[in-house]
Each structure stands twice: as structure tokens, then as C-alpha cells.
Ligand binder design. Structure first.
Ligand SMILES: [Zn+2]
Length: 202
């Protein structure tokens, strides 16, 4: 379906495309004198989100064939992952990139407070408030949202244990301590799983 997309730019050799409907909507907003910066803000958030996925995909040595932004979201088209653990970590990449964008927007606004005009205020509100709502929505654990994959935390168990052990004792952890750490990680994962289940209830 790439014929519906226009080439936007290349990111580390990956074509980034935007759906023509995004441009049509922007032109429509502009023609009606509506705050078109909101649309630009949303497109930018989606771009940052997909780049968050793409950075992690590339870290696993997998290739990304395209990043596409469309009116309902976006997609990062990439080579198949090796296991579900990679899928879970890649799923978190998108929302973490959005969270970084919120932090960056606050940093810019606090460094240059005089920069506020009607357009920039509108853009700032999209990049922070709307962005936070998008993160929360996207983390609802249902398909096709990222939350469906992101909360499958059990796949991160071995990674978490490894990291905790590496931090706790750089020069080798006694077997008994390792068991304790694994039990702690299991506890934390069980808590997170329960929290997700609660969230699923209406
Ligand atoms: Zn995503």
C-alpha cells in the first residue's frame, strides 16, 4: 500500500513516509482556519513513537524496511523478531520515546518561556497533554495497541534477573543470593500482572 504514501525523509537508510490523508487533513484544517499545528504535533508524536520502535529493532540487528505515518497512527515495518522478549522490549520503545518527547517539550518551554505564542502554546499542549493521553490509551492491553504486547512482562524475566544480578554484584553472585533475586523479580512481575488485570476490567 506504499502508493498511498509520500516519501518524507530517510532515517539511517530507512524511508519515512506519510500518508496523503495526513496532508489532506492538514490542508483542510488550514483552509478552515483551524489550529493546524495540532495536526503537525500529532504527526510528530507518531513519528517519534515509530522511531522509538525502530531504534530498538535496529539494536537487535534487525532491518527496518519503512516507517509510515497515517491519520490513525503509524507503523514500523521490520524484519521478524527472534522471540517474544524482543517484541515486548520493542513495544515499550514507542511509548518511552513519547515520554522522552514530553520531557523534552517541558525542558524547551522552561528554558525559553518567552517563546510562547498562540501556535507554540497549542503545539506544547499537544506534545505534552495529548501525548500523555495517547501513551495511556496505547498501553491498554488489547490488540492492536502496543499495550497488548508491552504488558507481557514475563518475557522480560531473564533480562531483569540478569540486570539486577549485574548491578547487585559485579563479581559474581552466590547461588543462594541469585535465587533470592529471582524470587524478587518474580514477585514484581506477578504484581505487575495483577495490576494489568485490574486495568482490563471496565
Ligand atoms: Zn507502537
Amino acid at each position: 500500500m506504499s502508493e498511498w504514501y509520500l516519501h518524507w525523509f530517510n532515517w539511517r537508510g530507512v524511508p519515512v513516509r506519510v500518508h496523503w490523508a495526513v496532508l489532506a487533513l492538514a490542508a483542510f484544517e488550514l483552509a478552515l482556519g483551524r489550529p493546524w499545528v495540532r495536526l503537525v504535533g500529532f504527526a510528530f508524536i507518531i513519528l517519534v513513537h515509530e522511531l522509538g520502535h525502530a531504534v530498538l529493532v535496529k539494536r537487535y540487528g534487525l532491518s527496518v524496511s519503512a516507517i509510515q505515518v497515517h491519520p490513525l497512527g503509524g507503523e514500523c515495518i521490520h524484519e521478524a523478531t527472534r522471540d517474544q522478549r524482543q517484541n515486548v522490549i520493542i513495544a515499550w520503545g514507542g511509548v518511552l520515546a513519547q515520554a522522552a518527547l514530553i520531557a523534552a517539550a517541558f525542558a524547551v518551554m522552561s528554558l525559553w518561556p518567552e517563546m510562547r505564542g498562540p501556535y507554540l502554546s497549542e503545539l506544547f499542549s499537544v506534545l505534552t497533554v495529548s501525548n500523555a493521553f495517547m501513551i495511556a490509551f496505547n498501553l491498554i492491553p488489547i490488540r492492536p495497541l502496543d499495550g497488548h504486547t508491552a504488558w507481557q512482562l514475563k518475557h522480560l524475566r531473564s533480562t531483569l534477573v540478569k540486570q539486577v544480578v549485574a548491578k547487585a554484584k559485579p563479581k559474581g553472585v552466590p547461588a543462594t543470593r541469585r535465587d533470592e533475586i529471582e524470587a524478587l523479580v518474580d514477585d514484581a512481575l506477578e504484581q505487575a500482572r495483577k495490576a494489568t488485570k485490574d486495568r482490563e476490567r471496565p
